[in-house]
Design a protein around this ligand. Structure first.
Ligand code: HEC
Length: 142
C-alpha cells in the first residue's frame, strides 16, 4: 500500500463517530459504539505518528496497541447480543456468522501484540490494522 492509500484509509476511519453517536437509545449499542470510538482513538495515535504529526514515542505507541488489544477482545462481548437501535450501523450478518466476526477481532488483537521500536516499523502495522478495520466495516457495517 502506498503512502497515499494509507492516508486515505485513515481519512475513511475518521469522521463517522461524532455523528453516529447522537440519539442512540439502546445502552448496549452505545457501549459497542464507544468501544469502536476508543479503537479509533488508539489507531489515530499510530496513524499520526506514522504521518509525522506526532513524535515517535515508544510508550504512547505501546499504550495505543494495548488499548487496541483490549478493545478488540472487549468487542467480542459487546457485540454478542444482537442489540438493535435505529442509529446503529451494524448489519444482521454479524449474528448470522458471529464466529467470523469474532475471528476478525481476535486477529486484530493479535496484530496489536506487535511492539515496533522505530517509525519504520509503524507503517506496515498501520496498514494491517487499518485493513482489519476496513474489511470488517465493508462486510458488517452499513
Ligand atoms: C469485527 C468487525 C470490526 C472490526 C475489526 C472493527 N470494527 Fe469498527 N465497527 C464495526 C461495526 C459492526 C460497527 C457499527 C456499530 C454499530 O453502529 O452498531 C463499527 C463502528 C465503528 C465506528 C463508529 C462508532 C460510532 O460511534 O458509531 C468507528 C469509529 C469504528 N468502528 C472504528 C474502528 C477502528 C478504528 C477499527 C480498527 C482498529 C475497527 N473499527 C475495527 C465492526 C468492526
Amino acid at each position: 500500500m502506498t503512502v497515499q492509500q494509507t492516508a486515505f484509509l485513515i481519512l475513511l476511519l475518521t469522521g463517522t463517530a461524532a455523528l453516529a453517536h447522537q440519539g442512540v437509545k439502546n445502552a448496549a449499542v452505545l457501549a459497542r459504539m464507544d468501544g469502536m470510538k476508543a479503537m479509533k482513538e488508539h489507531l489515530d495515535v499510530i496513524g499520526e505518528t506514522t504521518k509525522g504529526k506526532r513524535p515517535f514515542d515508544q510508550n504512547a505507541i505501546s499504550r495505543a496497541l494495548k488499548g487496541l488489544d483490549h478493545e478488540s477482545h472487549r468487542a467480542i462481548d459487546l457485540f454478542r447480543a444482537p442489540e438493535q437501535d435505529p442509529k446503529s450501523e451494524s448489519l444482521p450478518a454479524i449474528w448470522q456468522d458471529y464466529g467470523d466476526f469474532t475471528n476478525r477481532l481476535q486477529k486484530q488483537a493479535d496484530l496489536a501484540r506487535a511492539r515496533p521500536t522505530s517509525p519504520a516499523g509503524l507503517r506496515p502495522l498501520l496498514v494491517d490494522l487499518g485493513t482489519s478495520c476496513k474489511s470488517c466495516h465493508d462486510q458488517y457495517r452499513k
